[in-house]
Ligand binder design. Structure first.
Ligand SMILES: Nc1ncnc2c1ncn2[C@@H]1O[C@H](COP(=O)(O)OP(=O)(O)OP(=O)(O)O)[C@@H](O)[C@H]1O
Length: 309
């Protein structure tokens, strides 16, 4: 995608906020998309990512979402993602809005798997389900789940970037990418709900394993013939995805009632004999899920003992 403004900020440029006077030294461009350019910046020997956009409205809605998520996380141990919000008075005399966020030191999802091998796919997928689950439990739907918006750090730890599509549960999804969109595949509405993200997650699994066949499939279909069954058929023809068929079916047909349930089913698949896997830390909320199951098991055993023979 191209940005709507073409100028750049050379290395060493100091960006100073017009209102709060925070200053950031530009190191390099990290990436760009439809809503702006993202730079690696330094302030007081700390690295951050600074996103600057031409369209104040688009950037402001991202900031609103991030502020609202930050408010919900206040008091939790989660590291703050949003660091600063301000405007830059540029050389052309115009004001450009920017925000500063935590710098995610990692590779994009496809780079990571190309570098470390597809053995990491189950771990990375599980970690991504954990991230989505945290967001869903806070009442938000990511909306634009796609390969480009997933960054992976060491041990397969996943972070999401680009909060431009994040939508409050129950509203219409604001920003999406066609091939990951369940509306595009005639598989359901664009109402923001966990199953919307899980559908995109299933397409992402196919995209990661065989992007060429996925784009051939799309090229060969008329809008009315796009169905989740076609995606499932394609997944069934990819040897590495065959054992995941049952999981993908549920995700593509919106049959998981929560993301926890989807993550637990994914974990069962990961631990089936014969599945290669690498080790990674378990997301906090999933640990909670298993502690909960252990407590339930304990209660059941206690109850059975009380019942006697
Ligand atoms: N916090 C971050 N840390 C590291 N890199 C980042 C961060 N945020 C964004 N990036 C990089 O910058 C790129 C563009 O950022 P982003 O996706 O937010 O822009 P966008 O204009 O909203 O893009 P799109 O057109 O996909 O909506 C990302 O793909 C990623 O490579």
């Amino acid at each position: 995608m191209t940005t709507s403004f073409e100028w750049s900020l050379p290395r060493g440029t100091v960006v100073r906020g017009k209102w709060k006077q925070g200053s950031y030294r530009i190191e390099r461009l990290l990436g760009e998309g439809a809503n702006g350019k993202v730079f690696l910046v330094e302030r007081n020997r700390n690295w951050y990512a600074l996103k600057i956009g031409a369209d104040a409205v688009d950037l402001q809605s991202e900031v609103n979402v991030l502020q609202s998520i930050a408010k919900q996380q206040r008091g939790s141990r989660a590291e703050a993602f949003l660091v600063d919000v301000d405007d830059l008075r540029a050389m052309d005399g115009k004001d450009y809005p920017f925000y500063v966020m935590r710098y995610i030191r990692g590779a994009t999802l496809s780079e990571y798997l190309a570098r470390h091998g597809m053995d990491w796919f189950p771990v990375v997928g599980y970690s991504l389900l954990g991230k989505l689950g945290e967001l869903h439990e806070a009442g938000w739907i990511f909306g634009d789940v796609k390969v480009e918006n997933v960054m992976v750090a060491d041990y397969g730890r996943v972070d999401l970037v680009d909060y431009g599509g994040v939508t409050a549960a129950g509203k219409g999804v604001r920003q999406f990418t066609e091939i990951y969109d369940r509306g595009y595949w005639n598989a359901g509405s664009r109402i923001a709900e966990p199953s919307y993200d899980l559908f995109s997650f299933a397409v992402l699994c196919i995209q990661l394993h065989d992007s060429r066949r996925l784009s051939n499939l799309i090229g060969a279909m008329l809008p009315q013939t796009r169905t989740p069954d076609e995606l499932l058929r394609l997944a069934g023809a990819i040897p590495a995805l065959k054992p995941l068929g049952g999981w993908l079916r549920k995700a593509l047909y919106g049959e998981f009632s929560t993301t926890r349930e989807a993550a637990a089913a994914w974990q069962q698949w990961m631990h089936r004999p014969g599945i290669k896997r690498s080790s990674a830390p378990t997301p906090g909320w999933v640990k909670g899920l298993f502690l909960g199951s252990a407590a339930l098991l304990g209660t059941t055993i206690y109850w059975l003992l009380q019942m006697g023979p």
